[in-house]
Design a protein around this ligand. Structure first.
Ligand code: AMP
Length: 580
């Protein structure tokens, strides 16, 4: 007897798999098929892609369908369009000899009208991605009343992508189902919750290790003062020139603000937020997916359902309020067996959260030093040199220019040429970073892993730390009695003082903005003009005071708050960041 026949599958299916070259069932098929053929048992299969899990649920499902009934009897929900198509293809092959059985894929990004039309033809198995499925349910284009079997494939991925509510909704709307078959590579608490809330005494089968952590993710965190969060992000992006990254913020306003600032500074980034129409959102996603943009910044809500291959870095610009969300975020990298890095930028008072997240994801986090400006320049330099060495020179007919070039460069050495190439590429970086601050928070309880020990392009040399202030370098420090209480954040404050003074951004150094006041570093020569334009002005009916701060670059305290009463009125000019 054929091994598949022995598992209880009908003749047509056995014939198809035999023609496909399947000789013996894989372990998950051996365990799952006999159980699933009963049709009434809830099932949890912990199995990775590649174990034969599609046939493990696909074959019994095809066996159980009543071909005389032309309505959806089985619903397979999976995280991505690609997987949706792949499952359908597999089912098409398995059902090759079964008559009158129809399978239909429904996923986002394709015409919903066409899909509705196909569903009307009397489909028995629907393979769907959650977003599109909900769309179809809401349009009453799919009837789930008579669905007997619900399969959740790659359940952990679906939850990572933020589809938890959608899955709950689907399970609540398939009330007459006889069983749920859940497949997942890992068993995080959210997957356990589905099993607990919706399944009855499920049979659990585990293939390989039952872990909750994706071991391919390197979790890193960086501690910086809260006001240096943006600079830290920029530095980490600069330090990882090949980054293809997804950045998360807690609020829509933060996503927009960070994206705007980075775009102004020449970075390849777009923000994904709720104000975009579906069409604009698709366009942004299309650009990110095709790697026309290097970075995407989004809130958790806007990023729901994002499925992009090859994301190298996920960056938590801010930690989520709910630490469970960390798993959803980090799960966007290290997919399909690849490795990835999940970076968290936090300030020292948030560091305790890292311990809780470590426990939750069951993985060790590495605290790293924020690279110095010198580290960044070195990294960029060697990255460029690697690109130079890898450049394809096979089809540019460069040989024809060689005689002229050789003549031109006769007098100059190879080293000199390399230096000039480097100068062309790096002058802007060197200039930007020559006075860069140390962005690491001045706390130190935990051993840090330093770049020098693991980054060969660093040549084993630790970047030297520069001092906090540039004040000895031709800068004056100005005090001003405006702060975040007045509705400013750093970017808007910068814009405000530049607009008022008509000065160029280049004259400014570090800006430290606090609740009640701020400190501005400015080129000594430009300081008088700045003071003249600001001091004595009225802002929202209040007298603005600006003067040269004496002594060293003091860590701002809330001095200059005597005129508190004046702050209460008219803060509309530049709104404070709001959590939306
Ligand atoms: P899956 O884990 O469902 O993505 O399957 C991985 C690959 O294994 C697919 O190409 C299947 O066609 C193949 N496969 C599944 N079951 C068997 C089997 N019993 N014998 C040989 N190949 C199989």
């Amino acid at each position: 007897m054929n091994a598949f026949e022995a598992l209880g599958l009908n003749e047509q299916l056995v014939q198809a798999v035999t023609e496909m070259g399947f000789e013996t069932p894989t372990p998950i098929q051996e365990k799952a098929i006999p159980v699933l053929l009963s049709g009434t048992t809830d099932f949890v299969g912990l199995a990775q892609t590649g174990t034969g899990k599609t046939a493990a649920f696909g074959l019994p499902l095809l066996h159980l369908i009543d071909t005389a009934q032309k309505h959806p009897q089985a619903l397979i929900v999976c995280p991505t369009r690609e997987l949706c198509i792949q499952i359908c293809n597999d089912l098409m092959h398995f059902k090759k000899h079964v008559k009158g059985l129809s399978v239909e894929p429904v996923y986002g990004g394709a015409s919903i009208v066409m899909q509705i039309r196909e569903l009307k033809r009397g489909v028995q198995i629907v393979v769907a991605t959650p977003g599109r499925l909900i769309d179809l349910i809401e349009r009453k284009a799919i009837d789930l009343q008579k669905v007997k079997y619900v399969v959740l494939d790659e359940a952990d991925e679906m939850l990572n992508m933020g589809f938890r509510d959608d899955i709950d909704f689907v399970l609540k709307n398939t009330i007459l189902r006889e069983s749920i078959w859940l497949f997942s590579a890992t068993m995080p608490t959210a997957v356990k919750a589905i099993s607990k809330n919706f399944m009855t005494n499920p049979i659990e089968v585990t293939m390989g290790k039952k872990n909750t952590a994706n071991v391919n993710i390197d979790h890193q965190y960086f501690i910086t003062p809260a006001h240096s969060r943006y600079d830290t992000l920029k530095r980490l992006v600069d330090f990882n020139p090949g980054m293809y990254g997804l950045i998360f913020t807690r609020t829509k306003a933060d996503a927009q603000e960070v994206a705007e600032r980075l775009v102004k500074e020449g970075y390849d980034i777009e923000a994904l937020h709720g104000d975009l129409t579906q069409q604009q959102r698709d366009k942004v996603m299309g650009r990110f997916r095709s790697k026309s943009i290097q970075l995407l910044i989004a809130t958790d809500v806007a990023a729901r359902g994002i499925d992009v291959d090859g994301i190298t870095h996920v960056i938590n610009y801010e930690l989520p309020d709910d630490i469970e969300v960390y798993t959803h975020r980090s799960g966007r990298t290290a997919r399909a067996g690849k490795s990835g890095i999940c970076i968290t930028i936090c300030h020292s008072r948030e560091a305790y959260k890292i311990r809780s997240i470590e426990k939750m994801v069951n993985a060790q986090f590495h605290r790293l030093d924020i690279p110095s400006g010198k580290d960044v320049c070195r990294k960029q330099f060697f990255h460029f040199m690697d690109k130079l060495m890898d450049a394809d020179i096979s089809n540019g007919e460069y040989e024809t220019y060689m005689p002229d070039l050789q003549k031109k460069f006769e007098e100059i050495s190879k080293e000199e040429v390399l230096k000039r190439v480097a100068a062309l590429e790096f002058n802007h970086f060197l200039k930007y970073y020559q006075h860069s601050d140390d962005l690491n928070a001045k706390t130190d309880s935990r051993e840090r892993r330093e770049y020098s020990s693991r980054d060969s392009s660093n040549n084993g040399e630790r970047g030297e730390r520069t001092s906090f202030s540039r004040s000895d370098n031709g800068y004056s420090r100005l005090f001003i009695n405006l702060g975040t209480k007045d509705g400013f954040y750093k970017a808007s404050f910068l814009q405000f003082i530049l607009d008022e003074s008509n000065l160029n951004k280049e004259v400014l150094g570090k800006i430290d903005i606090r609740e009640m006041n701020a400190w501005v570093e400015i080129d000594k020569a430009a300081a008088p003009a700045m003071i003249k334009s600001m001091d004595g002005k009225k802002y929202n009916g209040r007298l603005v005071r600006m003067n040269e701060a004496d002594g060293g670059f003091k860590r701002p305290t809330d001095e200059g708050r005597s005129d508190r009463s004046e702050r209460t009125e008219g803060r509309k000019r530049i709104p404070m960041r709001e959590k939306r």
